[in-house]
Design a protein around this ligand. Structure first.
Ligand code: GCB
Length: 610
């Protein structure tokens, strides 16, 4: 154990990805060419294209012969080729494979994708990258027969430089192996209560960019300050030492700094009067970041988020977070959500509930969600997929979890809407788990000191006092907001149990409830004691909200969940049929009765905190 602790501490101190991730920030501000659309695919459950018959990866063999699926064409009729992408069917990218082809509905394994494309650079001196919004879970990328790299993690972006491999006259072939097999050492691990959608689930783009370019920047108000914007600009390329300029025209602000030999320039921007971002006023400023060789523009909002005692303060003012949990799924399509339209549909419902906040459970959602949340004035909790029973003692599992968290923070650090990074969900307390989460929290703070840290914890009771619900967790010491899931009235007794609960929460910190709920099949009616009916769910919502108001530090809640969602764990015929039915909105988009109970509660809380 001690050895593991030292190891993790060393990883945190010396890991190179600790500094800044090499993902191109603000892709939408860049010159991109989409590779979305139809991709040919091969289903490869035995990974025949990856391993030879001795189960050695072709990648490990300098002269591979045999089945490696690198998109060769049959030019010599004597050559043995046992695959042919040209004759294969297609899948849409972005999109999960499960909802596109009935035969792939339950598939967990490898699929090879191939996309041909021609690309002419605007400027011959420019560099070119291929960028993936996400692919679940393990992805190997090959361009014109050469391996670009392997990415692990189903919900975060990654990119590779292809400048030297790109044919600017003629066709290029991009081959991508995506494997969504669940793994014991993975993050998440084997067991989750959501569908393990596989495939290239988010946008794929080619990015053309100057030889030395602005790869990353962080531009946010300094923690607790409304008079200083603090951050950095980072260049990538040979001309690392340059004058960098950050302009915010509406504030008449121009700040210049010279980057160092690593391409890094720290920025401090004094501001006089700034219109702060909030749900009531989701103000975004146009920010222009430029250097001698590059320029990029983005809309950024500025706000502060802090805690004081048991309060959460947005721009210095105490608030109540009126939230709802969301999975990255379009319930009506029964597949992963990925588009702007999907995000708009989900966040419109959030607004209808009169929420000012969402919990994006249980993994990083696509970027459309946080960008739209910025515009619509919805605060966001984002979560690392450290869910349930991760291998706490495994070093590579820790590294994987930390990398995913790093990449999430890197992607969304300029989103005013994002106020909380969640380290994990419902993890069983043990020494190794608490150390794992603590190290993640220390890491998150080291790369983003401006936001709050939390995790969805659990609640317990003793045999002697079953009605005393205790929230006590060694990880609570490391969070800004003590947050927990509870299911009194569903997994734990009947709804009237809510009326008898005493809360034992001895933390002088704000407290939020990250989940509560009950399953109801939309359209199924009965009395309040009949499981699966809308009336049961409605009654449970009424009683739970009343119960939670008794917690003195109660500062927010995100009931479980906005929409019904697919889960292979949910097998009850005619009720669940592969769906978790705790949504306030059914699979067909119809609102259940509990939706209106929650809305009424939020209308009241809005008035109370005006
Ligand atoms: C939980 C989990 C969530 C499940 C939910 C349920 O506590 O955090 O992922 O889907 O309960 O419906 O049981």
């Amino acid at each position: 154990m001690r050895k593991f602790q030292t190891l993790v501490a060393l990883i945190i101190l010396f890991c190179p990805f600790n500094l800044h991730s090499q993902i191109i920030t603000n892709l939408s501000g860049r010159n991109t060419f989409t590779l979305n659309g139809k991709w040919n695919y091969i289903v490869d459950p035995y990974e025949t294209g990856y391993y030879d018959y001795r189960y050695i990866p072709y990648d490990a063999n300098p002269n591979p012969t045999g089945g490696f699926f690198l998109d060769q064409h049959q030019t010599d009729k004597t050559q043995l080729l046992e695959y042919d992408f040209d004759k294969c069917p297609t899948l849409m990218v972005p999109g999960d494979w499960n909802s596109q082809n009935e035969k792939l509905f339950y598939y967990e394994g490898t699929i090879w994708y191939r996309r041909l494309f021609s690309f002419k650079k605007e400027d011959p001196g420019h560099r070119v990258f291929v960028h993936f919004g996400a692919a679940n879970y393990e992805t190997d990328v090959y361009m014109n027969g050469k391996k670009l790299g392997k990415h692990i993690g189903g919900f975060t972006p990654f990119n590779y430089e292809i400048t030297s491999l790109l044919k600017t006259n003629g066709e290029n072939s991009l081959v991508v192996k995506v494997d969504n097999k669940r793994k014991r050492e993975g993050v998440p691990t084997m067991n989750t209560d959501w569908w393990n959608y596989g495939g290239i689930t988010r946008d794929v783009s080619i990015v053309e960019i100057p030889a030395t370019f602005i790869i990353d920047y962080s531009i946010q108000l300094k923690k607790g300050s409304t008079s200083e914007i603090a951050g950095y600009v980072k260049l990538n390329g040979v001309a690392k030492i340059q004058k960098v300029k950050v302009e915010i025209p509406e504030l008449k602000s121009i700040t210049e700094v010279t980057t160092d030999a690593d391409g890094m320039g720290k920025i401090k921007i004094p501001v006089n009067k700034i219109d702060l971002w909030s749900p009531e006023n989701p103000k975004l400023y146009k920010v222009i970041v430029s250097c001698e060789t590059d320029k990029v523009t983005e809309k950024i909002g500025f706000r502060t988020i802090e805690t004081r005692g048991t309060d959460i303060l947005l721009n210095g003012k105490p608030l109540f977070l009126r939230g709802i949990c969301i999975h990255e799924e379009n319930a009506m399509r029964g597949g992963r959500a990925y588009s702007k339209d999907d995000a708009q549909m989900l966040l419109n419902w959030v607004k209808e509930l009169n929420c000012n906040y969402v919990r994006l459970a249980h993994y990083p959602h696509n970027e459309n969600m946080t960008r739209l949340a910025d515009e619509m004035g919805i605060m966001v909790w984002e979560e690392n997929p450290v869910y349930w029973t991760i291998l706490w003692d495994n070093q590579s599992t820790y590294e994987n979890a930390q990398q995913q968290l790093t990449d999430l923070i890197s992607r969304d650090k300029n989103r005013a809407s994002v106020i909380i990074w969640s380290m994990a969900n419902e993890t069983p307390v043990s020494e190794a788990r608490t150390l794992f989460l603590k190290n993640l929290a220390v890491h998150a703070r080291s790369i983003d000191s401006t936001r709050l840290i939390s995790a969805a914890l659990e609640v317990h009771a003793t045999k002697e006092k079953p009605l005393d619900k205790i929230v006590e967790d060694p990880f609570a010491e490391y969070v800004d907001v003590v947050t927990f899931n509870e299911y009194v009235g569903w997994y734990d007794g009947l709804p009237d149990k809510c009326d008898k609960i005493n809360w034992v929460i001895n933390y002088n910190k704000p407290v939020m409830i990250s989940e509560f709920g009950a399953d109801a099949l939309q359209g199924l009616h009965g009395d309040t004691l009949t499981r699966w009916t809308e009336e049961y769910q409605e009654d449970l919502f009424r009683r739970t909200l009343k119960m939670l108001r008794k917690i003195p530090q109660f500062k927010g809640v995100t009931p479980w969940i906005l929409c019904d969602f697919r889960s292979p764990r949910r097998v009850l015929p005619n009720i669940q049929d592969g769906w978790n039915r705790k949504g306030l909105i059914g699979q067909n988009g119809t609102k259940k009765k509990a939706f209106y109970v929650l809305k009424k509660f939020y209308d009241e809380m809005e008035l109370k905190y005006k």
